[in-house]
Design a protein around this ligand. Structure first.
Ligand SMILES: Cc1cc2nc3c(=O)[nH]c(=O)nc-3n(C[C@H](O)[C@H](O)[C@H](O)COP(=O)(O)OP(=O)(O)OC[C@H]3O[C@@H](n4cnc5c(N)ncnc54)[C@H](O)[C@@H]3O)c2cc1C
Length: 332
């Protein structure tokens, strides 16, 4: 993906950490999936803030005018096509016009929400996370995933020298078991098998942070003069570890759509480009939902527990007929 975007693909010199595989305890089996065996090269444990800034800098180098940080305040279609935008930037309100707009605002979907696009939530998962110093035994350059009765744990060493430890569970489970309380969170951590051995819970207890981690998608991927990418389009279960690559792939597909939209004289050609983008998004969502069900079904030790029961449903018969992404219409 990075090469396709014209960027260097060795991120070591930018301070990121190579990541060589996944260790997991899933379905009662400890497994090490070494990327060497896949022959696709390795991945990266990113310093996310610096990676995002690096992408923004690269965009500027290629001629993008960047207003950052900025907040979208209002958006309205212009008569005859395009948009009027009102942003808050550097403490001021600024007005802009655009021929095409892209919603890349993550789970907030700031643009799609203002355009009245309905968002569908598939579950109530959240991540309860903390950072601890790297320890002796450690994870090395592997990530760790460990299933437990009420969710699953994830751990990875970050370039900062800290280890990210996170529990994915559902909102109601977290609330009823008070998992957000540090003493309960660390007690649950201490009862894990692989995680507690490789990354023992520390003696002092920082308060964990909570992040939304539910699957969420927009029912429209594109419309007249706009489209959505990344989490604004489809926010994935972190188990897939593919949110960032997915967002970059969306961006590449969006480029083609925008080029076709702006370059076409005939209205029918523009609409065809937007429909093709919506169809691609529909395919991505269907593949993702199938893969998510397959991954969760591989853990069968707690099928009677709410967290696992909710994730291995029989697919409803009508699901095969549903098109999640509606084709763009004249509405926007
Ligand atoms: C717990 C957890 C673990 C994850 N682990 C992984 C992983 O291991 N690997 C992986 O690839 N992905 C992972 N992800 C997913 C990944 O973080 C996202 O898929 C990715 O960040 C999506 O990128 P994005 O650019 O679409 O959105 P974001 O990264 O959320 O960026 C959105 C941007 O829009 C800006 N914005 C928001 N609202 C407005 C507004 N109103 N006006 C203007 N700007 C706005 C924000 O400030 C931000 O800069 C994980 C997610 C979670 C929750």
């Amino acid at each position: 993906m990075l090469r396709r975007l014209g960027l260097p693909d060795d991120l070591t010199e930018f301070g990121h950490r190579p990541y060589h595989g996944n260790r997991s305890l899933w379905g009662g089996v400890v497994n090490v999936d070494d990327f060497l065996r896949r022959g696709l090269g390795y991945g990266w444990h990113l310093d996310r803030a610096s990676f995002d800034q690096w992408l923004r800098d690269a965009a500027v180098l290629h001629g993008t005018r960047l207003l950052s940080p900025a907040r979208l305040q209002a958006v309205a279609p212009r008569p005859g096509g395009g948009w009027n935008l009102r942003l808050i930037y550097a403490g001021r309100t600024v007005e802009h016009t655009a021929r095409f707009v892209v919603d890349a605002s993550g789970r907030h979907a700031a643009l799609a929400a203002r355009l009245g696009v309905h968002r569908r939530r598939c579950d109530e998962m959240l991540a309860i996370a903390t950072l601890v110093p790297m320890c002796e035994a450690g994870l090395g350059t592997l990530s760790l995933v460990e299933a437990t009765a009420d969710g699953w744990w994830y751990a990875a060493s970050l370039p900062s020298g800290m280890v990210l430890v996170s529990l994915m569970t559902d909102h109601d489970i977290a609330r009823s078991q008070k998992l957000i309380r540090s003493e309960v969170f660390y007690k649950a951590w201490a009862t894990t098998q692989e995680l507690a051995t490789l990354v023992p819970p520390p003696a002092s207890l920082p308060v964990p942070s909570v992040f939304p981690a539910h699957t969420l998608f927009s029912e429209r991927a594109a419309g007249r003069g706009w489209l959505s990418i990344g989490d604004a389009l489809l926010a994935l279960d972190p188990l897939t570890s593919s949110g960032i690559t997915g967002a970059l792939e969306d961006a590449c597909a969006a480029t083609e759509t925008i080029r076709a939209w702006l370059g076409s004289v005939r209205e029918a050609d523009r609409i065809a480009a937007a429909i093709s983008y919506a169809r691609r998004a529909d395919g991505t969502l269907r593949r993702y939902l199938k893969e998510r069900s397959r991954l969760y079904a591989a853990e069968d030790r707690w099928t009677d527990r709410p967290f696992w029961k909710r994730r291995t449903p029989e697919p409803p018969a009508e699901a095969a007929e549903t098109s999640f992404y509606q084709a763009p219409t004249g509405k926007f």
